[in-house]
Design a protein around this ligand. Structure first.
Ligand code: PXP
Length: 263
């Protein structure tokens, strides 16, 4: 089995800071704590609306991180210019809508193929390797390869939602996923299909020579399913680690995620 790299997404530390427009909690303290306790990569998203990570955070994190920094961004020209000038260890292109709560669904690598190809070229010109955050499908893997990416990150949101609707209190809460309110046996079948879809996509991408990551909605309860897929060599996890850190502290939360994602 190949080793799996744990990327810790610390955007939510900046969410808390921006909620009060103060310098607390300190994002650099989060960086050091995550790195000292098992993070092998730091993932941050410089959003167009700067709702959490700011340009100065990117600069400081790049300067002080002891592990590679994976910078997520949209294909907006202004953002790409900024990302190119920062030269992170990798850029991950993600779709972005102003009104969304989080990144919903993968990049549409077909409708925006010219824009994405141009973005990849620009980032490559600045010697930045590129990953595309895509929904798991054979077609999306082929297209990502064709567009020139080195890597894909498979969007695990559907899998995570199905898992939670089946195995947690989510369906009984205000945040139940309405479009997934199926009888349990149907949910169970759909979950198996979603896992299979991720597995086949990961295997296919690997055959094409793409590196394969996975992320979105992964947590302490569902991540074991992704660990069974050998072709996935990296996980990017944010929400569940930062949520747990409220109760255990960030050091313990990262350590525990590293423990259960060690093969
Ligand atoms: N990977 C990518 C590309 C993302 O956009 C996000 C969400 O910001 C994550 C991973 C982490 O997702 P989560 O916060 O649900 O763990």
């Amino acid at each position: 089995m190949k080793e799996i790299k744990l990327g810790v997404n610390i955007d939510h530390v900046a969410v808390l800071r921006e909620a009060r427009q103060v310098n607390d909690p300190d994002i650099l303290q989060a960086l050091y704590t995550a790195c000292e306790n098992g993070a092998e990569q730091i993932t941050i998203h410089l959003r167009e609306d700067r709702r959490h990570i700011q340009d100065s955070d990117v600069k400081n994190i790049l300067q002080f991180s002891k592990v590679p920094v994976n910078l997520e961004c949209s294909i907006n020209k202004e953002i790409l210019d900024i990302v190119s000038s920062f030269k992170p260890h990798r850029a991950t292109l993600v779709p972005e809508k102003r009104e969304e709560v989080t990144t919903e669904g993968g990049l549409d690598v077909f409708s925006y193929e010219n824009e994405i190809a141009y973005a990849i070229e620009q980032l490559h010109d600045s010697t930045i390797p590129v990953s595309l955050f895509v929904d798991p499908s054979i077609e999306a893997m082929e297209q990502s390869k064709k567009l020139g990416a080195e890597m894909v990150e498979l969007h695990t949101g559907l899998f995570a939602n199905l898992f939670a609707m089946l195995n947690s209190s989510l369906p009984y809460s205000n945040h139940s996923v309405k479009e997934l309110e199926f009888p349990r046996h149907e949910l169970s079948n759909k979950l198996e299909e979603a896992i299979q879809q991720i597995k086949l996509s990961a295997q296919y991408a690997n055959k094409l020579g793409l590196q394969v990551a996975a992320g979105h909605g992964l947590n302490y309860h569902n991540v074991h399913e992704m660990m069974k897929i050998n072709e996935i060599t990296e996980l990017n996890i944010g929400q569940s680690i930062i949520a747990r850190s409220v109760f255990t502290g960030l050091a313990e939360a990262v350590k525990e995620m590293k423990r259960i994602t060690s093969r």
